[in-house]
Ligand binder design. Structure first.
Ligand SMILES: [Zn+2]
Length: 336
């Protein structure tokens, strides 16, 4: 996707094309938009383009917020518990939510031990960053191509703070590799990331028909090990599974097992409130567990959640400060 075209269409041309494409897309999507989800028999509805706020959109809904070309987060959505992603041991820029750090660390160590280490290409992306990212791809590849390879502002899973684009350490951006999924790290992730709670959102077999985006072997979203295991066993794309479990209606997909959250025990807090992070405790606990004989989510590797005993020093969330201006296409990071 990050194919750099020889020609650079002028801005006016791009904007005109943009309007055309949107009109076309809206027309195509109109049919399925009104179709009841039940009629889809468990499959996600066809890809349509809209700007509907996703149903579960509190930061505590991170595991069930459905984001695709139709559903989005608000501009103001920004997790409050972001930490540097490289605290996992994987090098690279960006932030992820603290709730994903222990499992990311475990995944990185296992990948490295298997001879398939990865690095971080990009991580949390604010709404404002998405504006410039998407505009950059429009200028680079044209609107129709940008739609398939990048998310419109608010629609990116990266805004959740639980999503990473991974790469080969020292290598180019993964989208500049012919098929990053065939690299050691890419192939390892495809087989194993679910064991650590991460799901490849846009797998080859499902993209773009079921995921609405091009195949992206580098883009992983954290669901926690319990839910990631269910998604993996379902053989569905994450988007399909979320629809199936009521992410746009009534949620029936269960809640994530909060095991990986590192306990802040070393902090000598006198008024010991045990709950580490109440704001992010999944709201609905037992009632909505699926009837499925939930398979043993514990992976074979590295059960030690030995991460991050240090106090949350740098948790300050980099909330998008400025209202997203129609940004200049100068971002350094692409992709949904
Ligand atoms: Zn991505």
């Amino acid at each position: 996707m990050a194919v750099v075209r020889a020609h650079r269409p002028g801005r006016i041309v791009v904007l005109a094309r943009l309007g055309l494409a949107m009109a076309l897309v809206a027309t195509l999507g109109a049919g399925s938009a009104s179709q009841p989800l039940a009629a889809e028999a468990g499959l996600a509805p066809k890809c349509a383009y809209a700007d509907t706020l996703t149903r579960y959109r509190a930061t505590s809904d991170w595991y069930r917020s459905l984001l695709d070309t139709r559903y989005r987060l608000s501009r103001a959505y920004a997790p409050a518990d972001l930490v540097r992603a490289n605290r996992s041991g994987a090098s690279g820029p960006g932030s992820i939510r603290r709730i994903a750090l222990a499992d990311l660390t475990a995944m990185y160590r296992a990948a490295r031990a298997a001879g398939a280490p990865f690095a971080i290409q990009s991580a949390y992306r604010s709404y404002a960053q998405q504006v410039s990212t998407f505009n950059r791809w429009v200028l680079e590849d044209g609107y129709a191509s940008a739609l398939l390879g990048s998310a419109r502002p608010g629609h990116s899973e990266h805004q959740l703070g639980t999503v990473l684009d991974l790469k080969t350490p020292g290598g180019p951006p993964p989208w500049d590799v012919a098929d990053w999924g065939t690299t050691r790290a890419g192939a390892w992730l495809a087989r194993n990331s679910w064991r650590y709670g991460f799901i490849v959102s846009y797998p080859r077999a499902k993209s773009p028909a079921a995921t609405c985006y091009r195949y992206e072997p580098w883009h992983v979203r954290y669901f926690g090990r319990t839910i990631a295991t269910r998604i993996h066993k379902s053989s569905l794309a994450a988007r399909e599974w979320l629809y199936l479990k009521g992410a746009t209606t009534t949620w029936s997909g269960g809640s994530p097992n909060p095991t990986p959250v590192p306990t802040p025990s070393p902090i000598p807090s006198p008024t010991a409130t045990p709950s580490a992070d109440p704001a992010d405790a999944p709201s609905a606990l037992p009632t909505d567990q699926p009837a499925s004989p939930s398979v043993d989510p514990s992976p074979s590797v590295d059960p030690s959640p030995s991460v991050d005993a240090s106090p949350p020093a740098e948790a300050s969330p980099s909330v998008d400060p400025s209202p997203p201006v129609e940004a200049s296409p100068s971002a350094d990071v692409p992709m949904p």
